[in-house]
Ligand binder design. Structure first.
Ligand code: SF4
Length: 481
């Protein structure tokens, strides 16, 4: 039986079923480009943080058991000042700390490094688990800190400016005391041969196993109700209601939730009278626009804050009338340099004309506004583009609901229902997070030249698919009015 890790422990705290599955090695994950990007970014941040402690000793082996064998000797050696990635195992609980620094009184200062600019409650739980396990092996942790990414950091600054340190000793110690009484129970619960019975809770909504677990066999789950909050979820659960079909007449719901309920119960799309006038605001020829962006902890280029969102590519389909494409243009930045000015100038040229610019969500407006602030010389032209924007997702959200949307109006949900012949399934890059990760890995020089060229083509195909999907969606919606 594998030991409990931090991930298993913290997962089992909220869902014993998922914690059990993880400990029993029944969760299998594949390394996608998005996961690879997260791992590589975390490793780079860890490397830069370690550079702040030149006296530190790294237990470099990725093999947990070798690291456990090495750790006690180094901890007990008075010459060890700081240890990176020491490993601990006790009573079935395992952990690896980021840093431990010896204090003059022989106790240790534990530091956890996170590739985040914001402090989060979940970090306290992370540090509490690690502290708990280390203390159970007999070492005293007297101080606990978090190293976060500084929002003030810019490329070219000294390495220490990349981080801010927050002392969380008191909060973590308090959480350790809360963890202590549940450790044994949690260890036994994840070791038992019987999988704990899954229990529906609001967090199931974001769980990768939801469809095969608490949703199994339910087409119109109550989670399809838009913005279902804890109180309403508790009310429905108390009545034993899992399916929208079973919600009784008169049960209090918001307007949007009621629309979804009506749609499911009648099994017909709900079309509001305003759909036609809202679609009629489009002036032709219309341009369908979609951006892709990148955000990285360590800025890719000068004068960028950590996690600044910068546009890297766009696709534009031009149509003379609904569904009739007359032209396509696109742009993909060179990952080795900041191309935002070039992108903004090309965008203005490619959208020249008076017709509507159709987007899906307010994301494109945010990006164009950002470019207008950055390049005052282009602000007039960019603000004119904003005046021409029409948000197709907002029109759908307000006026059209189909039972097949299952509570969402993202393009990935609406397209298969309204345009079933079109799909993202066969694409090498099929979602925005993968597109962002691929671009970031290219910018960090993680791909060979040939591979990078192939990926650039795949990025262009993906973005083009997004705008073509809008063209087709729009055409289908027009057919309903
Ligand atoms: S769907 Fe819910 S109960 Fe099932 S594993 Fe996920 S979080 Fe746990």
């Amino acid at each position: 039986m594998r030991p409990i890790t931090k991930r298993i422990f913290l997962t089992a705290l909220t869902c014993p079923t998922l914690g059990w599955l993880m400990r029993q090695d029944q969760i299998h994950t594949t390394i996608t480009p998005a996961a690879r990007f997260q791992i590589e970014q975390g490793q780079e941040i860890g490397k830069r943080a370690r550079a702040l402690y030149p006296e530190g000793t790294l237990i470099a082996t990725p093999d947990f058991h070798s690291a456990i064998a090495t750790t006690p000797n180094l901890m007990n050696d008075p010459n060890t000042k700081t240890l990176f990635e020491p490993a601990f195992l006790t009573d079935g609980f395992a952990t690896r700390a980021d840093f431990l620094t010896r204090k003059p009184d022989g106790s240790w200062h534990m530091t956890e490094v996170k590739a985040s600019t914001n402090d989060k409650a979940e970090f306290i739980d992370d540090m509490a688990y690690t502290t708990l396990v280390i203390e159970r092996t007999g070492f005293n942790i007297s101080e606990i800190s978090l190293l976060l990414i500084s929002k003030e950091y810019r490329l070219g600054m000294p390495p220490e400016n990349l981080f801010v340190e927050l002392n969380h000793t008191e909060e973590v110690k308090a959480r350790v005391e809360e963890f202590k009484p549940i450790c044994t129970e949690l260890e036994a619960l994840t070791r038992t041969p019987e999988k704990p019975e899954p229990e529906l809770q609001l967090q199931c909504r974001g769980c990768d196993l939801f469809n095969d677990c608490t949703r199994k066999g339910i087409t119109n789950h109550i989670f399809n109700l838009p913005r279902l909050n804890q109180a309403k979820f508790d009310e429905l659960s108390a009545l034993g209601i899992l399916c929208i079909e079973d919600i009784p007449p008169g049960f209090s719901l918001t307007g949007n939730q009621n629309r979804v309920k009506m749609c499911v119960q009648t099994n017909k799309p709900q079309i509001e009278a305003r759909l036609k006038p809202d679609l009629d605001v489009v002036s032709w020829p219309a341009f369908y626009l979609d951006f892709e962006t990148v955000m990285t902890a360590i800025p890719l280029y000068h004068d960028l804050a950590p996690y600044a969102q910068l546009p890297t590519q766009y696709s534009i389909h031009k149509c003379s009338e609904p569904g009739h494409v007359t032209a396509h243009s696109e742009y993909l930045a060179d990952p080795s340099r900041d191309c935002r000015l070039e992108l903004a100038e090309r965008l203005i040229a490619d959208l020249k004309g008076a017709g509507s610019i159709i987007v899906y969500t307010s994301f494109e407006k945010t990006i164009i506004n950002g470019l207008a602030r950055l390049y005052p010389d282009l602000a007039t032209d960019l603000n004119l583009l904003i005046g021409r924007l029409v948000d197709l997702e907002a029109i759908i959200r307000k006026n059209f609901y189909h039972p097949g949307f299952h509570g969402r109006t993202s393009i990935k949900r609406t397209l298969p229902v309204l345009v079933p012949e079109m799909s993202y399934d066969g694409l090498d890059i099929g979602d925005g997070f993968t597109a962002m990760s691929v671009f970031a890995l290219m910018a960090f020089g993680k791909y060979e030249k040939d591979e990078a060229e192939t990926l650039k083509k795949q990025l262009l195909v993906y973005c083009k698919q997004d705008t073509l999907a809008m063209v087709k969606l729009h055409e289908r919606l027009v057919a309903y009015v």
